[in-house]
Ligand binder design. Sequence first.
Ligand code: ZN
Length: 338
Amino acid sequence: MSLHPCRHLRFVITLFLGSSLISFAQNADVAKLPPVLDVHVHAMDANFPGIAPMCPNTSKFTASDPKGKEEPFGWVKEPCTPALYPSAPGEYMKDVLAEMERLNVTAVVFGDPRSVQKWKDAAPSRVIPGTAFSNGMTPGQRVPIEELRKSFTTDGFKVMGEIGLQYEGLSPSDMSVDQYFALAEELDIPVAIHMGTGGSGRANVIMPKFRGSKGDPLLLEELLARHPKLRVQVMHAGYPMIDNMLTLLQANSHVYVDVAGLIWSYPIKEVNRYIERLVDAGFEDRVMFGTDQLIWPKLMSYSISIIQNADYLTPQQKRDILYNNAARFLRLDTAQPK
Ligand SMILES: [Zn+2]
């Protein structure tokens, strides 16, 4: 694909929105679009982080000089066409839910229980609630285990995530958090663990404890051995450690991956190559669609279009990635037979 990234962006958005508009006109009922499951959305509030217009699928991982001013997120600041600008302050949840309604998306929404409950109340049939054991942004602060148990047994939470131990420099197999995974196994709740990509300059700019090496998918092996019934969603598909990701998928068939974040964070050729490698290696029934939606409501249609336009996927593989695989992983009653 030799298109310039921004021209490519316009191309895919036109394609996806174009076909949606046709469905609108013909059916006057957007619910007739085939369903999509986004397994990776964040219940950010209006204030987070309040910046970062961006051009997706670019490769601006530029060097910085410790003597100079370090950019906080490493995302592109200059305008590009079209840009995925953040929502207006206070509009993020409303805008994302409107996009989900328009595109027939159901999403697993992660965050602290109160924030997620707001999303669930606003769109009960479109939100699958998820929460985990980090308490705020300070590394090492944990939610008391009985509180988390209540979230899953009484308050209707369905997925334990996003578990971001890599940002704390911890392996997912670290014994200090084992009790939480034991709880997930006991309650038969799937866990969603951040593995791999962390954003440009993550370790030296804003998260000094972040370690790229702690995103190695093979670090999950001891955890999986201790908890053989655990269902694991490897978030970001362990990008870019494809060989170790494939090794883990081969060794453990309870493991699925999501392509959230990586799908728009790297050059499109690289993204397609990574997803194609997962599928070509035989794991087409374990790749799940996700956005890692944080502040850009338009990211939903943009990211779906990358799967829709993947010329290396069959129509069935696209449906599996956009819906069926996640429905099976989450054991939704509506899972469509293959
Ligand atoms: Zn993540």
